[in-house]
Ligand binder design. Structure first.
Ligand code: DGL
Length: 264
């Protein structure tokens, strides 16, 4: 048993899609979350900067005495997960590997699409992981740089969002039977993405898949939180203004949240 919280980080609100799955699949676990909305999006930034920012978020979480860290950001996972995992003594999970395995399991045509930020697509990490596991797969990757800013500005339900998603995904329509949402912001646009891709395309939520791995690791290392210790309160931190973060987070997670501003 380990009653310490699990730490989550993201460039902004995207990691909340991973947190929602944690709350659903592992409701006894306590959460500390940090979103770097003041500096989002990370996707178009140079690798060295993403590395520096991600380490700042990790170090912040370590001050909260977390028992495990989930890098709930594909971009940060692509750039710096291996390095962080090697340097910390607690388990550190990224979101890319679980999404890759789930896509291989889901596809029947072998044609898998991946959408992500410019850095995630440039890193080629999804294609490499998928082909490493199953060389017969054909992977088509597409950067969607306009999606994360739409989500960060809480415009998910707007007509602009529909137009942007429609225009951005055009090259993939009819070409794949499985699409990996390779950015944790994208499940917040899931309805529109599904409409554009068509009902037969299976969408893989990389973050949701990750929680299955969190569960396995907690069991394996016997790190589950005791059922007898009640959760005092989940804690959410943002580097930007509290109001927008709180609105998006409370809508998405369906509960009142304790959100604080933090300066890194
Ligand atoms: N949510 C992040 C991801 O999964 C990054 C979005 C961004 O900041 O560009 O890649």
């Amino acid at each position: 048993m380990d009653n310490r919280p699990i730490g989550f980080l993201d460039s902004g609100v995207g990691g909340l899609t991973v947190v929602r799955e944690l709350m659903r699949q592992l409701p006894h676990e306590e959460i500390v979350y940090i979103g770097d909305s003041a500096r989002a999006p990370y996707g178009p930034r140079p690798a060295e900067q993403i590395r520096e920012f991600t380490w700042q978020l990790v170090n912040f979480l370590l001050t909260k005495d977390v028992k495990m860290i989930v890098i709930a950001c594909n971009t940060a996972t692509a750039v710096v997960w291996e390095e962080i995992k090697e340097q910390l003594e607690i388990p550190v999970l990224g979101v890319v590997l679980p999404g890759s395995s789930a896509a291989i399991k889901s596809t029947s045509s072998g044609k898998i699409g991946v959408i992500g930020t410019p850095m995630t697509v440039k890193s080629d990490i999804y294609r490499q992981k998928i082909v490493d596991l199953a060389p017969q797969m054909q992977v088509t990757s597409l950067a969607c740089p306009r999606f994360a800013p739409l989500v960060e500005s809480n415009q998910m339900a707007s007509s602009i969002a529909k137009k942007v998603v429609y225009e951005s995904l055009a090259p993939l329509v009819g070409k794949v039977d499985t699409l990996i949402l390779g950015c944790t912001h994208y499940p917040l646009l899931r309805g529109i993405i599904q409409n554009v891709m068509g009902p037969s395309v299976k969408l893989i939520d990389s973050g949701a898949e990750t929680i299955r791995d969190v569960s396995v690791l907690l069991n394996y290392f016997q790190l589950n939180r005791s059922r007898d210790v009640s959760i005092s309160q989940h804690r959410f931190y943002t580097t930007a203004g509290v109001a927008t973060f709180k609105e998006i987070a409370e809508n998405w997670l369906g509960q009142d949240l304790n959100v604080e501003h933090v300066k890194l």
